[in-house]
Ligand binder design. Sequence first.
Ligand code: AMP
Length: 387
Amino acid sequence: MAEFKQARVEEYYEIGEEIGSGQFAVVRKCQEHHGGTEYAAKFVRKRRHAGGRRGLTREDIAREVDILREVQHPNIVYLHEVFEAKDIVVLIFELVSGGELFDFLAQKESLNEQEATGFLKQILEGVVYLHSCSIVHLDLKPENIMLLHRSNPQPQIKLIDFGLARRLTDIVEFKSICGTAEFVAPEVVNYEPLSVKADMWSIGVITYILLSGASPFLGDSNQETLANISAVNYNFDEEYFGQTSDLAKSFIERLLVKQPKKRMTAQESLSHQWIQPRDKKEALKRQSSFINLEKFKVFNARRRWKLSLRVVRLCNQLSRSYHTRHDDSTDSLTDGETASGVDAKPQESKEPNAGMAMTREFLQDASVERLRVNGTEVIVRGDNSRT
Ligand code: AMP
């Protein structure tokens, strides 16, 4: 079991502004008292009772920490140290200050496939490394692909959030329905045994979105999205892929393959001709093929619109349930925070796994909004997905 420093984090760090949030965590900037180096402190709430719904079990936190302590790669966020107090564990990470890759790209005026593959190559290098350690991330999506700094001409990718990551050698047959609906592989939807190939599917989805500004399996409901994934129901619509090279499409086609065994590995993806052109002609083709930035920007803007919709929906839900819930209502994540989106109920579903997968998605995509409901301030976590 992972060992954590039994001390108050404030003794060692000055805690600063909030810079992000996760399912049961708030991430704040912090600065070491001794030396002044800046880091990111992730405050994870421990589950209080065995049957509770709020917070993570110490076992879950220890699993994430164990994996993070094992990995060391330029494209994976570095865990510096861990503190433990009665109700909270604080993970001190290197500060990744460049924001999300997708936000960075959405601000560009133009972007060709050569530039895009520069970022994909880094993502793949991180994933090749992870898979070589028999670790599967299981939550690869735009929110978890960040940039160390924005100022460099070629910013450095950092993969973050190992909350769902698993070491595959520890288990004989691992199944899970965790993840965010749009990005999960068919074997996740169908509750079949998982392997490192589940990450490769997610990279296929991310690449599809990056090139076109469209989400390949997104349906009108989550059930529809999951059904589309299971049926591998996608196409390269000319409206979105008019400027895309054939090699880029072939790269995606080799990843969005239902049978995990037939899907490219991370290493094979890295040596695919689109990432590693064989000759000048292929390299030139990549340079003269462009990302559909117009659609990509719309995609990003729609994400924000969906976020506000989700917040309103949550707000209504909370206003109905806020005063009737007492069990954990004073159980705060950090100072003064009260109710949160983790109260949100899973959507009902007739599909065997859809309801649970949805719940997970809903929670994973949390971002915090402070709102007033019936005159009471509540913290609402809204959807953060990028469509
Ligand atoms: P996580 O629960 O690990 O996904 O973290 C929640 C959010 O906090 C992320 O989506 C990021 O916006 C932010 N975040 C997490 N880790 C870092 C880090 N090392 N540096 C900067 N921001 C971070």
